[in-house]
Design a protein around this ligand. Structure first.
Ligand code: ADP
Ligand code: MG
Length: 205
C-alpha cells in the first residue's frame, strides 16, 4: 500500500480539494483507496458523508492514531492511502510526514502562499521524506504560474507538470460530495486531476 499526505501549513491552499479528487481519480483508475482525514475540521469526512458512493473509503483519525489506521487499511488490502491534514504543528505534522511515502505540498500562486511554503518544507526536510509541489487554484494562464514555479524550484523538490486551475467545478464538486471526474468527466478540471494522479503515481513507483 502506497501512502501519500497532502500537507501545507496554510489553510485554503487546496489540500482537501486535491486529496479527495486524487482519491477518486485513483479509485477510477483501479486503486483500492482510503482517504484518512486528520484535520479536526473534518472537511474530507463531511465530503465523504455527503457521498452516495462507497468508494473511496473515508476514515477520520487523529494524527496520533494514523499509524494504526494505516495498518488496518493495509490489512484490508487497500493499495493507496491518502492523508488529508490540518496545518498541524509539530509533533503531529512530523508524525504524519514520517508515516507516508510521499508528501504533496499544494501551493497557490500568491505571495502569501509562497511565503508560507517554507514551514512545510522545513518539516519535510527535517523528516527526510520525499516531497513534491502542486500548483493549486491557479488563475487561468496567469504569469504568476511560471513565477511561482521558479520560486518553488529553489527548494529542490519536483513540481507537478500539470497545474490545477481555479475552476468553480472543484468547489461545486466538494460541496455536493462528488469529484469533478464524476460529474464532468470530459471537462478540463477532470483531465487536470487525472493528469495529477498519473504524475503522482510516477513519483511513488
Ligand atoms: N482548483 C480550485 N478551483 C476552485 N476552487 C478551489 C480550488 N482548490 C481549492 N478551492 C477552494 O478553495 C477553498 C480552500 O480549499 P481547501 O481544499 O479546503 O484547502 P485546505 O484543505 O488546504 O484548507 C475551498 O473553498 C475550495 O473549494
Ligand atoms: Mg482542508
Amino acid at each position: 500500500m502506497k501512502k501519500i499526505a497532502f500537507l501545507s501549513q496554510k489553510g485554503g491552499s487546496g489540500k482537501t480539494t486535491l486529496a479527495v479528487h486524487t482519491a477518486v481519480a485513483a479509485h477510477e483508475a483501479g486503486e483500492r483507496v482510503v482517504v484518512i482525514d486528520t484535520d479536526p475540521q473534518k472537511s474530507a469526512t463531511i465530503w465523504g458523508e455527503t457521498r452516495s458512493q462507497d468508494a473511496p473509503i473515508v476514515a477520520t483519525a487523529a494524527a496520533a492514531e494514523l499509524l494504526h489506521v494505516l495498518d488496518v487499511a493495509k490489512r484490508e488490502r487497500m493499495t493507496l492511502a491518502i492523508v488529508d491534514t490540518a496545518p498541524h504543528a509539530a509533533p503531529d505534522a512530523t508524525r504524519i510526514v514520517c508515516a507516508v511515502d510521499l508528501v504533496v505540498i499544494p501551493c497557490r500562486p500568491t505571495a502569501f502562499d509562497i511565503a508560507a511554503i517554507g514551514s512545510a518544507v522545513d518539516i519535510v526536510k527535517a523528516a527526510g521524506v520525499p516531497a513534491v509541489f502542486v500548483l493549486s487554484a491557479c488563475p487561468f494562464r496567469s504569469p504568476e504560474i511560471s513565477e511561482t514555479r521558479t520560486l518553488l524550484a529553489e527548494y529542490g523538490f519536483p513540481i507537478a507538470t500539470v497545474e490545477i486551475i481555479d475552476r468553480r467545478a472543484f468547489a461545486r464538486a466538494i460541496a455536493s460530495g462528488r469529484a469533478v471526474t464524476e460529474f464532468e468527466s470530459d471537462g478540463k478540471a477532470a483531465s487536470e486531476i487525472r493528469a495529477l494522479w498519473g504524475w503522482i503515481k510516477e513519483q511513488i513507483q
